[in-house]
Design a protein around this ligand. Structure first.
Ligand code: XBP
Ligand code: MG
Length: 228
């Protein structure tokens, strides 16, 4: 059996319950732009089926049957939303999901490489790492593969292919951690084993394609994963 050499983490919902912050950042941005959009928790739970903030806004525009905002306006709204997200995260109060800090520390001690495969932007990963580890993302993770680095976002395998390529590893040598159906399908399509831990916004997702399901990462046995 190929030895375990790396852990690859999804960010939103897996490292931290960030989706409520994303939702608030979207709604603050819509209000500031004078756009009459406001996403409730129920609406956002449904809209999360479309990964990526720009893509989510375009899908919502299509759902409403309108032409407004334009693609260029969606791009500008998304830049404003990313800045708003960073400001909310920097204001403090964020905590990692149970088991995350300990797992990352123990994986480092065990000599594993650490990577991120996320739909969100590198700026948001940095904001989160500053909040959780008081370090930039590059000081916590060896590899960061992000949504806009690839042609197709999750559930396509692209972002995991990119993470594996940057790690220099075959899929058998790594283990992915995800919270959503789209994320699990993405990692599985790239040939990875996946540990799924449902988050607040993905509690209703079908995660049965995962190799293992844990309520949270404090229930994950790293020693067993390393020693088989
Ligand atoms: C999370 C997402 C992201 C965030 C918003 O998916 O879909 O789009 O909701 O991020 P995953 P941006 O956890 O599977 O990566 O607005 O920065 O795109
Ligand atoms: Mg996620």
């Amino acid at each position: 059996m190929t030895a375990l050499a790396a852990l690859i983490f999804d960010v939103d919902g897996t490292l931290c319950e960030t989706e409520e912050i994303h939702r608030n950042a979207f709604n603050d941005t819509f209000a500031a732009a004078g756009l009459d959009w406001c996403w409730s928790i129920a609406a956002y739970t449904r809209l999360l089926r479309v990964t990526g903030g720009k893509e989510r806004m375009a899908a919502y525009r299509a759902e409403r049957g309108g032409q407004v905002p334009s693609d260029a306006e969606i791009g500008a709204l998304h830049r404003a939303k990313t800045a708003r997200y960073a400001a909310i995260v920097a204001a403090g109060g964020l905590v990692a999901r149970p088991g995350v800090l300990s797992l990352v520390a123990r994986a480092r001690t065990a000599g594993l490489q650490l990577a991120v495969a996320t739909t969100t932007s590198p700026a948001n990963v940095d904001a989160l790492c500053q909040a959780l580890w008081q370090k930039p993302a590059a000081a916590v993770f060896d590899v960061i593969a992000a949504g806009d680095d690839v042609a197709q976002k999750k559930p396509a395998p692209d972002v995991y292919h990119l993470a594996l390529q940057r790690l220099g590893l075959p899929p058998e040598a790594a283990l992915a951690f995800e919270d959503s159906r789209n994320g699990v399908l993405s990692a599985r399509s790239a040939g990875l084993r996946v540990v799924a831990s449902p988050s607040l916004f993905t509690a209703g997702d079908d995660l049965t394609a995962a190799t293992q399901i844990c309520a949270d990462l404090s229930a994950f046995d790293l020693a067993a994963a390393i020693h088989g």
